[in-house]
Design a protein around this ligand. Structure first.
Ligand SMILES: Nc1nc2c(ncn2[C@@H]2O[C@H](COP(=O)(O)OP(=O)(O)O)[C@@H](O)[C@H]2O)c(=O)[nH]1
Ligand SMILES: [Mg+2]
Length: 313
């Protein structure tokens, strides 16, 4: 199979028939062998009934229905487990992403050798204040933190080598950082393609302001887990040592100056509180590091590595 199209969705009953018909048109024109995996994430409208109808109509449509709403990341993760195609395309169900982009995204993976290609909604048809401006800021921060040069991390339209999606685990709200997850998993050839973005035709947007808070917390955990997940002490130990040493240095200075000026009250001096805080903070960091190490040591994941190739085994 050439292409698996993974579509996570939540309450998109009106868009689905149009989406599938359009995908089919594009795929047939290019003679691709393909499947469409629709993941209904506990929709409260008739999305699932629509998917069942579509299944009767097209053989290539497959569906997964969650008991309740788990979020876009969970849906993508389940979809990724099911895919059979050599190239995996994810797209939104709301017709804001155009299936006409699929052939080019496919080509970039198979001919140009990209591991992952992310769409870039250069011209965006969403509200400027609640989407476009926050999104620029969010992308700039993610670019800095991850070192990946993408303009639009959270574009729903992306293509992947099958190996990439089978190597990563998407949970929480991590769907925004799939390129970062891919990079941590060792896939470095990450590309970008300007894609057409369209105004929402049916239904309403499902992502409000909470996505900012959750989004940045997730970025923090992703960076931490990626870098220090298997060796937490390297993080806590370093900062613990720095804080502790600063605390000790200030304490020594205070003791010396107490001998020099015995009439000077220690507790009246700001440096005293600095020393106190730093020593305590340093010890706390160390404790957190040790606890982190204990947890990492007991984790079933502690020795799981992504092995690229084996020979003679
Ligand atoms: N699985 C799943 N998909 C969702 C959820 N919320 C939104 N989506 C899908 O994610 C895509 C993008 O959502 P949308 O509301 O259009 O976000 P926007 O384009 O950023 O305004 C659409 O296909 C939605 O159906 C959810 O909770 N679970
Ligand atoms: Mg949308």
């Amino acid at each position: 199979m050439d292409i698996s199209i993974v579509v996570p969705l939540f309450n998109e009953e009106e868009s689905l028939p149009e989406l599938c018909a359009w995908i089919k048109r594009v795929m047939d024109a290019n003679r691709f062998l393909y499947e469409i995996i629709l993941i209904d994430d506990g929709s409260t409208d008739n999305s699932w009934e629509v998917i069942e109808e579509l299944r009767k109509q097209y053989d290539c449509v497959k569906g997964i229905k969650f008991q309740r709403n788990y979020g876009k990341s969970a849906a993508l993760n389940e979809g990724f487990k099911a895919v059979l195609g050599e190239v995996v395309i994810t797209m939104d169900a709301d017709l804001q992403d155009s299936p006409d982009e699929i052939p080019d995204l496919y080509k970039m993976i198979v001919s140009d050798g990209y591991d992952l290609v992310s769409g870039w909604k250069k011209k965006r048809f969403d509200s400027t204040l609640s989407k476009n401006i926050p999104s620029k800021f969010f992308n700039a921060v993610t670019r800095r933190m991850s070192g990946i040069k993408l303009h639009d991390f959270n574009c729903g339209l992306k293509s992947y080598k099958k190996k990439v999606v089978k190597s990563i685990e998407v949970y929480g709200e991590m769907h925004r950082y799939i390129p970062v997850l891919a990079k941590w998993a060792g896939f470095k050839k990450i590309g970008e393609k300007v894609v057409e973005h369209r105004a929402r035709k049916y239904g309403v947007t499902k992502f409000g302001w909470e996505r900012f808070v959750n989004g940045f917390l997730d970025l923090a955990s992703i960076m931490f887990v990626g870098r220090f997940g298997k060796k937490p002490m390297h993080f806590f130990g370093l900062w613990g040592t720095i804080a502790f040493l600063i605390g000790i240095a200030v304490s020594i200075y205070l003791i010396i100056s107490k001998f020099a000026n015995p009439e000077y009250m220690l507790t009246n001096r700001p440096a005293f509180f600095l020393a106190l805080t730093m020593v305590l903070l340093g010890s706390q960091f160390f404790l957190a590091g040790f606890v982190g190490e204990l947890i990492a040591r007991n984790s079933p994941e502690r020795n799981s590595y992504l092995i690229e190739k084996k020979i003679g085994l």
